[in-house]
Design a protein around this ligand. Sequence first.
Ligand code: BG6
Length: 494
Amino acid sequence: MPTGFYPRCVSSLADMMKRKRDAEMRNTHNRTTSSDALVIFGVTGDLAHKMIFPALYAMAKSGVLDVPVVGVASSKWSLAQLRKRVKDSIRQAGRIDGPAALDHLLSLLRYVDGDYNDPDTFKALKQALGDARRPAHYLAIPPALFATVIKGLAAAGLADQARVIVEKPFGRDLASARELNGIALSVFPEEAIFRIDHYLGKEAIMNILYFRFANSFLEPIWNRNSVASVQITLAEDFGVKGRGSFYESAGCLRDVIQNHLFQIVALLAMEPPAFQGYAAVHSEKAKVFQAMRPLQPDDVVRGQYAGYRKEPGVAKKSDVETFCALKLFIDSWRWEGVPWYLRSGKCMAATAAEVLVELKPPPQRLFDDSAPVDGHANYLRFRLSPNSAVALAARVKRAGKEFVGDQRELYLLDEQLKKETPYERLLGDAMAGDGALFTREDAVEAAWAVVDPVLDIPRTVYRYKPGSWGPKQADALIASDGNWHNPKLVKEKK
Ligand code: BG6
């Protein structure tokens, strides 16, 4: 090593960190200016009805929504129709408990009708925006229309100082995600682009990040030396619920694994952020995706529930998977050799999501009964839905002469009443310019790169019975490391 190398290296590292922090502070400053209008493209669609209106209503109730809300669509609607739709949505969500807030929300609504290819639509939007200069544009429209709308906004001068909120799926493979990022970045800077993955707005998932880095006891065991494997299950006991035609173009791997489950993996696997600030969290998460080994055909088991092909919008001979299980490796110093098993499916035995971090057994078997119970050694379990909880399973001696015991859970139940829904949280954050809970360009692309090799290959899709835990071939995938942990059906109580 040349003389003087070390001090120079340290000082340039310190400079770099300082520059990074300064940039972060500058960005924070830019980001703290709130949007002064919300524009919803696709306001007559399903997403607005199911998710966005109830979130806006909740924001109106808590007093954080006080800017014009301009709906845009090509449905030839009137403002009166939009208002009716909003009321209907909130009623269906079972939430009209603040009539004043509802009136307030209705008073903020404006409506622009027009074709997204027609520059006049954007002129009309500009007019509807009145004095607003920093709108947030929510693209609740099919990804095929993103480019048209983004270009229309730019041409009409509606992108300056604006933000754009984009729904998942962000692309359908690596190439299309890159193209979309290219289009968005040609008009908006990265800090003005808010890519939604609603899992990041869930309390139980934010708690993974908090729990890992607000406690010191985990760090010594949180690596390949103590962790035998990690499992994540996201199970739903219902089918595609009328979304057959969307699902035909997606399938389970694209619909929830590449995004929701991968985000959970990133939070579990990331290194501690180097400084306080979300840019550091984004960077560490992106590194996890970059370190994931690209999937190979044998790493993936696909299933389809019996009856799926009879769902409206589904092809008679569809080979789209409604269940997917996979084995993943993260080739990093911390996780080398630790298998990660991910599984999700529709029409399964329960609606629940859990993470199970299985720990290695003690090096010596001192007690006859200290072998793994039901294939599971000590573990840490994060219950993500329908409730949020963390449990640590450890063996405890039973009273009596014998040295035998049971595996019991230290159980932390986190009942959060009155919490914000993910959409309420994320919409509010995007309008406030806070990008912490959104996904960054490089992370989205790196996540697609992992699944890309297995997306469109010829595949076998195994039939499974609705109400089961998926096809038995998924058991073979995990067999060398134990078995799947099936989350309990019922909401856990203390
Ligand atoms: C969506 C998927 O992103 O997430 C759905 O498109 C899935 O298919 C849903 O059901 C699960 O979200 P949650 O919040 O209900 O667990």
